[in-house]
Write a protein of this length. Sequence first.
Length: 393
Amino acid sequence: MSGAPPWATVLRVTLPAIWPGLLAAAIYVCAVSIAAFDVPAILGLTGRIYTFSTYVFRQLTPTEGPPEYGSVATLSVIMVILAIVLSFGYRAVQRRAPSYAVVTGKAYQPRIMSLRRVRPLAIAFVAAFFVVSQGMPILMLAWASALPFLQVPSAQALAQVSLANYSGIPTDLVVRGIVNTGILMLVVPTVTIVLGSAISWVVLRSRVRGRALIDFFAFLPVTVPPIVFSVAALLLALFILRGIVPLYGTLSLLAIVYVIARLSYATRMMNSALIQIHPELDEAARMSGAATSGVLRSVLAPLLTPAILYAWMWIALLTYRELTLPVVLATGANLPFSVLVWSYVQSSSYGRASAAALMMLLLMIPVLFLYWLAARRIGTGALAGAAAAARQT
């Protein structure tokens, strides 16, 4: 209405309003990059190219001599110090949470902005990104899974194409991996979202003393490499809790460690969503006689539904592909599908590893389809309806 072009609106209005979400995402991606294990391990370990997590893994599983638990502990202390610095920085932004609220009781209505002339360019960019990041790797997996050994595409290699790698994977291992992974995908995101939502409400809406410390401990897992968590859980299950709670070799141990590792993501996403819901909606409900449970049920829950759904689906996807945590904790009884793929990579059976990885991708298609449907159904329209309902309340 004041004549500002779209780019000025983005720079001067949109970006400042979503700054807490951007900061949370930046901190999370930075920590995940430091703690990444699966890709650096597959691509770099054979060439002795180490990242933080693969170096820790090598210290835990040296080719010669005993594990270097002292070095792992020292590196973990460094990560805790980094977590303190990042957590205090994010907390400084949270203190200004009311200034970032955009979902208020004053005729809030989200809208979708048309791309207009740059729409073909945006579509071309997305298509190129999909081909490079998804299409080419999947085609490579399909090619490697059909050959007895990896070969450059040629007529001679094409004559050796078969399904031998698929039939060579034991059926009982596939079924066990699918069942165990499915259970984890249902339990881990549900428990994580419940705990993350409760922590976010305590940190941003309550006046409980020590809530900053609660938020710090909720954020801490993302900055500690998952492999350190897995080793700590392994030692705890074997030597401390063995005579009290038999957790070693069970799905319960994996579920507990998964929840702890993913709790930071759930709290960051719920914090970003809750920051943008102005407290005046809570106050209006309380003035109408609603108790805390009523505010949560009638005001916050509808408005947070999109964020909850997206977080649940994303944590489920992360649980499905998780390798770092179970690579130390998995046994024959609680073997997830990702560790089955890793076992073939470790034994240099790249054909079977490619076949198992391709099966893993195919099994994920229904979950991705459900995520796509949920995104279309909830999206901005459902958020606008929830905001309208909250204003009426």
